[in-house]
Ligand binder design. Sequence first.
Ligand SMILES: [Zn+2]
Length: 85
Amino acid sequence: MASMNRVDTGAVFKHPVHCFGCHEVFYFTLREIAGAQKLACPQCDSDINLADRAYESLIIWAKDTIAVIDQIQNSPPCRALQVVV
Ligand SMILES: [Zn+2]
Protein backbone atom coordinates (compact mmCIF):
# COMPACT_ATOMS: atom_id res chain seq x y z
CA MET A 1 0.00 0.00 0.00
CA ALA A 2 1.03 3.59 -0.52
CA SER A 3 2.68 5.21 2.44
CA MET A 4 0.99 8.02 4.35
CA ASN A 5 3.04 10.85 2.97
CA ARG A 6 2.63 9.80 -0.63
CA VAL A 7 -0.17 11.20 -2.75
CA ASP A 8 -2.24 8.62 -4.56
CA THR A 9 -2.64 10.17 -7.99
CA GLY A 10 -5.48 7.81 -8.88
CA ALA A 11 -7.49 8.96 -5.87
CA VAL A 12 -6.86 12.63 -6.60
CA PHE A 13 -7.10 12.89 -10.36
CA LYS A 14 -10.71 13.27 -11.44
CA HIS A 15 -12.48 12.69 -14.70
CA PRO A 16 -15.94 13.82 -15.86
CA VAL A 17 -18.64 11.16 -16.01
CA HIS A 18 -21.93 11.85 -17.76
CA CYS A 19 -25.10 10.97 -15.86
CA PHE A 20 -27.88 9.73 -18.11
CA GLY A 21 -30.44 10.43 -15.38
CA CYS A 22 -30.10 14.20 -15.21
CA HIS A 23 -27.73 14.68 -18.16
CA GLU A 24 -25.20 16.49 -16.06
CA VAL A 25 -21.49 15.81 -15.86
CA PHE A 26 -19.86 15.02 -12.53
CA TYR A 27 -16.27 14.45 -11.57
CA PHE A 28 -15.18 11.17 -10.04
CA THR A 29 -11.71 9.98 -9.18
CA LEU A 30 -9.98 7.49 -11.43
CA ARG A 31 -10.09 4.85 -8.71
CA GLU A 32 -13.84 5.30 -8.33
CA ILE A 33 -14.33 4.98 -12.07
CA ALA A 34 -12.02 2.00 -12.47
CA GLY A 35 -13.08 0.18 -9.31
CA ALA A 36 -16.84 0.67 -9.05
CA GLN A 37 -19.60 -1.15 -10.92
CA LYS A 38 -21.80 1.89 -10.55
CA LEU A 39 -21.58 5.39 -9.19
CA ALA A 40 -24.31 7.32 -7.40
CA CYS A 41 -25.13 10.61 -9.09
CA PRO A 42 -24.74 13.39 -6.51
CA GLN A 43 -27.55 15.38 -8.09
CA CYS A 44 -30.41 13.11 -9.16
CA ASP A 45 -29.32 10.16 -7.00
CA SER A 46 -29.71 7.69 -9.86
CA ASP A 47 -27.13 5.00 -10.51
CA ILE A 48 -24.50 5.72 -13.09
CA ASN A 49 -24.11 2.19 -14.39
CA LEU A 50 -20.48 1.86 -15.39
CA ALA A 51 -21.14 -1.59 -16.83
CA ASP A 52 -23.12 0.14 -19.59
CA ARG A 53 -21.46 0.07 -23.00
CA ALA A 54 -21.60 3.86 -23.11
CA TYR A 55 -18.87 3.93 -20.46
CA GLU A 56 -16.78 1.09 -21.89
CA SER A 57 -14.00 3.21 -23.39
CA LEU A 58 -13.90 5.40 -20.27
CA ILE A 59 -13.51 2.35 -18.00
CA ILE A 60 -10.75 0.90 -20.17
CA TRP A 61 -8.95 4.23 -20.18
CA ALA A 62 -9.35 4.66 -16.40
CA LYS A 63 -8.02 1.16 -15.67
CA ASP A 64 -5.07 1.64 -18.01
CA THR A 65 -4.25 4.95 -16.34
CA ILE A 66 -4.55 3.43 -12.85
CA ALA A 67 -2.24 0.61 -13.90
CA VAL A 68 0.38 3.10 -15.05
CA ILE A 69 0.01 5.16 -11.87
CA ASP A 70 0.35 2.06 -9.68
CA GLN A 71 3.41 0.97 -11.61
CA ILE A 72 5.09 4.31 -10.99
CA GLN A 73 3.98 4.58 -7.36
CA ASN A 74 4.91 1.03 -6.44
CA SER A 75 8.32 0.97 -8.01
CA PRO A 76 10.95 1.59 -5.33
CA PRO A 77 13.22 4.50 -6.17
CA CYS A 78 16.38 2.57 -5.37
CA ARG A 79 15.61 -0.82 -6.85
CA ALA A 80 19.12 -1.05 -8.30
CA LEU A 81 20.56 -0.82 -4.79
CA GLN A 82 18.53 -3.70 -3.40
CA VAL A 83 21.30 -6.24 -3.61
CA VAL A 84 20.90 -9.58 -1.89
CA VAL A 85 23.80 -10.04 0.49
ZN1 LIG B 1 -27.83 12.43 -12.37
